[in-house]
Write a protein that binds this ligand. Sequence first.
Ligand code: DGJ
Length: 729
Amino acid sequence: MNIAYHAESGIFKLDTEKTSYIIALADKERFIGHAYYGKKISDTDVTYLLRTGENPFVPSKNNRDRSSFFDTFPMEFPGCNTGDYRESAIEVIDAQGHNAVELIYKEHRIMRGKPGLPGLPATFGGEEECMTLEIDAEDKCLGMEATLRYSIFADSDIVARSVSVKNCSEKSFFLTRIMSASVDMDQEDYKLLTLHGSWARERHMDYREIGYGKQSVGSTKGESSHQEHPFMALVSKKATQESGNVYGFHFVYSGNFLAQVEKNQFDSLRIQIGIHPKNFCYEVKPGECFEAPEAILVYSSEGLGGMTRTLHDLYRNHLIRSPYKDKKRPILINNWEATYFQFDTEKLLSIAREAKKAGIEMLVMDDGWFGYRNDDNTSLGDWTVNEKKLQGGLKYLVDEVNKIGLKFGIWFEPEMISPDSELYRAHPDWAIAIDGRTPCRSRNQFVLDLTRREVLEYVYNAVEKILHSANIEYVKWDMNRQLTDLGSVYLGKENQGELCHRYVLAVYELQERLTKEFPNLLLENCSGGGARFDPGMLYYSPQIWCSDDTDAIERLLIQEGTALIYPLSTMGAHVSDCPNHTVGRSTPFSTRGNVALAGTFGYELDITKIPEEDRSRIPEQVAMYHKYNDLIRNGDYYRIASYRQNHLYDCYEVVSKDKKEALITYVQVLNRPNYHSRIIKPAGLNPQMRYRNEETGELLFGDTLMNAGITIQNMWGDFQSKLIHLTEV
Ligand code: DGJ
């Protein structure tokens, strides 16, 4: 890793082990140009890549617009309204009502380590692990100073970018657009990969051609959303799982986002990722600074798999802070799909007793324990225990569960308020709403205006009080509706456009406080399933509920898309009952276990009621979890085959860092009549190591396994699966 500045050529060269990122100060005016990002290169002075001398790109001052100079010049952080008609990285409304920004290099600093971003999640690393370049740029006319920040890591091929914008003038300006990263490059043969979804169908991989104009994914729902994901990749058409060029862009943020690619008249691409400009208008007062969240840029010449493993390692080593990140998580049983709202102390204890016998380690009490919440229409905000359900109180229940030998976890939805609640009756103006307009209800609830200090304090104190009242070791932090009717009584009329971002900052503040005050608490984020599965949340919680869809076959696609960019150690995955509550499908208990094993693993069923045949299999699955979880949590992930593409079977593999062990999960989704065995080819093994296939006892070298493959016999029936464990001999 190195960051160097070459004064004669005005070049900043950022080198990671396998990549180079080059910024060039162009022209006497010191535009901050983007010269190169990709595979590591030896030369430093690559200013020719800016093409400033080429016809028609003549940067003569008088002829710039006609010659499309600004429209072609690759900018690090393009401003607006001064000749570049492509999308801007920054836009403002200044005191005169104008919108023009042109950021010119002023000075820079190169330092070891990586500064944190106040109030925001961000990747981190010490002085030996990271280096940071800060370029200060200014627009003298506006009195604006922007600091463009670039951090690189010794052990990771990524560039982490963020921006802060300071108002050095005497008057406020309003930011109406601020991207965290903007990258210009030529279109070679890339197609666009995004993650698309819906409730119970989150993060399915979606490819499309890149046409002229703009294509984007985004969320304006106040959270990352089920539908689109703060991630975008350009994938070479020639790329495979393990070779070819891939550029990934990922946003460390949990609110409205935009990820966009624009192809222009000269076949160049501008990729941007940042806060969605819709509903965003943020006042920066004189002397104040606005911090934009972090964006992660990853380049892989080793296909999608290379990008995946880079991001997995980055998040495991430099984003997740929880002490649980390197630990096996307790196997939990959650009562949501077991009882929904109909439970009491005895029911929960009966589940705990049976769970203990099977080797399960924690009981999680989900929604419905507070106020008078017997369905999803009431009581959010009233965080007092419903003693009609929990006879003897919460502490009694937790103590009894602990006596049985299980840990105890609890569900909250802290950001919400039910219109039918004591809290709403006392404080109707605490809900986000527009004065005079009946706000939209979703799941019969409103969202609390967390930008108000007293609301935030109320929420924090309510959660804190419950956590202090008993030995609670896990919290599932849920969020079951999106933001609408964006109005805050607290924010003035000039500042309503700050609501969504301030809301996200408030959620971060709450979770920061919670994890500081309860450092050993295992926090799992959740949002109606997986609508808030994003890197921002991983900074606070080491795991996130992946989807409300627990069907093993649906999970193949959801977990494939999720594992594309997130480590398996972060994916909440449970074995549930059949027919599955979301799709009505019945799959073998063993397949449900094998698929859930790829995540944090747990159960979501009434263990007292499931067939004895299934119950008797749980100890076996528990043993498998203990046997494989270190490998699954820490290993390298390889995608071998995808049911998304072949419509028949799915296969992925985790290889230990020392390559001495690998676990392959194979799911035969549909059986095929009259079919002989299938050969699958593992990846990532050491060619010279000899491995033992635990099931067959076969001894084969890594090169044989990877090139000749392993045969998988056809299994009888649909939805069958098997695990193949290879260990070095
Ligand atoms: C949505 C979550 O994803 C579910 O697991 C469950 O906790 C419900 N909310 C409870 O309301």
